[in-house]
Design a protein around this ligand. Structure first.
Ligand SMILES: Cc1ncc(COP(=O)(O)O)c(C=O)c1O
Length: 379
């Protein structure tokens, strides 16, 4: 049926047939609700806003960057990569780690997309272990990469023999391992990462193992980071983000540490100037104040451990977690519990296997609200 556009009687628009890729037909965009409620505990953000001193430092850096916004930014963002390398060096004491071992993009989501653009594609496979981060299949879908997901064990750990057999069977070009895993909080032991990297190294054509450490800074002390494996493991890439521990989700800065060969491949697929001058200035100012920004990480970890202990004392089953969130259950009707909490101003997430719910760790006040509301709505 043709549409007559008001005021333009001679112009007829025929309803358009969108040439949408068939695999996108009927899908909805990914994203959790963004609701202005008292306790927003659904997307694993840091509940503490940056302190005023850091806000001032970021504002000054952006003010300086704004004076050069007529020019494109440094497309290789070397200064930012140097700062990120220094941060990881301070944290993990891995030497050598220089700017050419670092890549960054608008959130680790974009880093993952770059990995798929460079190493995935038609006829190639990404392998991961469910339940895990729900964006993984989307990176694969958007780059026409086959996505194979195998189950984790009952305690949400990955069976290494199972993973090795899957690598032999599917010959993936990418293996995605979130550690701590979202939504379960499970950390992957370094020995397991090493064995999986060794199996991946035997894949004809090559295979890169990505350890997604978006929540690394929240891990319990004594739980090591895969960054320490980098010097001796050329097919390993470790992804990090400033969205969580750095309290900079709105700044959109994710990064990756890997061999220079992997980083050079990512440079081929990025759009030119993908990191704006404003983003680079914001991230560098935040990195210069990483201690102040992460001042509450210890508090969040303590609140997480207290939340786990409380949930267990109330008889819930709780997944072991090294992240800033907790997966708990079981619920016969988790949607009803979710709705009941929301009615009381507490927004959490319906995610993970049937019967489980995930709560992000908020401030002490938000967690008190969560506990009180959960006691009222529990079945
Ligand atoms: C496991 C995992 N990886 C990556 C991301 C993406 O984070 P960002 O794009 O903000 O860096 C998230 C976000 O929640 C996540 O849970």
């Amino acid at each position: 049926m043709a549409t007559v556009v008001a005021g333009y009687p001679s112009l007829h628009l025929t309803p358009m047939t969108l040439p949408l890729r068939p695999e996108l037909e009927g899908l909805v965009p990914y994203g959790a609700p963004q609701l202005d409620v008292e306790a927003r505990l659904n997307v694993n953000e840091n509940p503490y806003a940056p302190p005023p001193s850091v806000v001032d430092a970021i504002a000054q850096a952006v003010h300086h960057a704004a004076q050069g916004l007529n020019r494109y930014p440094d497309r290789d963002f070397v200064a930012l990569r140097r700062d990120l390398a220094e941060y990881l060096l301070r944290e993990s004491h891995v030497d050598p780690l220089t700017f050419d071992n670092i890549w960054a993009a608008n959130g680790s989501n974009e880093v993952m997309l770059h990995l798929h653009q460079a190493f995935g594609g038609p006829g190639r496979t990404t392998l991961s272990f469910a339940p895990t981060y729900s964006m993984y299949p989307e990176y694969a879908r958007d780059t026409v990469t086959t996505y194979v997901e195998l189950p984790r064990q009952d305690d949400f750990s990955i069976s290494v023999p199972h993973a090795i057999a899957a690598i032999e069977q599917h010959a993936p070009s990418l293996v995605l391992l979130a550690s701590p895993n979202n939504p379960t909080g499970t950390a992957l032991p370094l020995a397991a990462t090493l064995e999986i990297c060794a199996a991946a190294a035997t894949v004809p054509g090559g295979c890169i193992v990505v350890v997604d450490e978006a929540y690394a800074e929240f891990r319990h002390s004594g739980v090591p980071s895969a960054v320490t494996l980098l010097p001796d493991t050329p097919n390993l890439a470790v992804s990090r983000t400033m969205s969580k521990a750095f309290a900079l989700a709105g700044g959109r800065l994710g990064y990756l540490a890997a061999s220079t060969a992997i980083v050079d491949a990512l440079r081929l697929v990025r759009l030119p100037y993908h990191l704006s001058a404003v983003t680079q200035a914001t991230a560098r100012a935040a990195l210069a104040h990483s201690r102040e920004l992460q001042a509450q990480v210890a508090e969040i970890r303590a609140e997480r451990d207290a939340t786990v202990a409380w949930l267990k004392s109330e008889g819930f089953t709780v997944a072991d977690t090294d992240a800033n969130f907790v997966l708990f259950g079981p619920f016969a009707n988790r949607e009803k519990v979710f709705e009941g909490l929301l009615e009381r101003g507490v927004l959490i997430r319906v995610v993970g296997p049937e019967g489980w719910l995930r709560v992000s760790i908020g401030t002490a006040e938000e967690m008190a609200l969560f506990r009180a509301a959960l006691l009222e709505v529990r079945e």
